[in-house]
Design a protein. Structure first.
Length: 135
């Protein structure tokens, strides 16, 4: 790896993040109520199908994670703006994002099935932070 290249831009990390995203999509779809948590394109399709079929009660099931995904982008941008050039802490802003992701996903692992919506919201939120931080 070139010394000028950041670790966050390495091929190895890109592969690891892609695997993580795929796992989280599979987890949220299979174990958390058939919702895709990472890129939200699947949720857009499923929401559109339910709208077309008149299943209005299922629209929030997909819309809420989509909105929380957008909120995650905003939070990641706030973290980047606040800590990108901050020398007071000994962490890169991307490490802060990963730390938040680890804590949130650890907590999601202990949430019962009765809290699937909350789990999907949290997974969508941290996945969007990850995508925004590691383009």
């Amino acid at each position: 790896m070139d010394k000028r290249e950041q670790m966050s831009e390495s091929f190895r990390l890109g592969v690891l993040l892609a695997i993580t995203g795929g796992f989280l999509d599979a987890y949220s779809y299979v174990a958390r109520g058939k919702v895709f948590a990472t890129a939200e394109t699947g949720n857009m399709v499923l929401m559109g199908l339910n709208i077309a079929q008149g299943n209005w009660q299922k629209v929030p099931h997909y819309l809420i994670p989509i909105v929380c995904y957008a909120l995650g982008v905003l939070v990641a941008e706030q973290i980047k703006g606040r800590y990108k050039n901050n020398t007071d802490i000994n962490m890169h802003w991307r490490q802060i994002v990963v730390a938040i992701e680890i804590v949130v996903l650890f907590a999601v692992g202990f949430m019962p099935e009765t809290m699937n919506m909350a789990a999907n919201i949290l997974v969508s939120f941290v996945c969007s932070m990850q995508v925004n931080a590691f383009r």
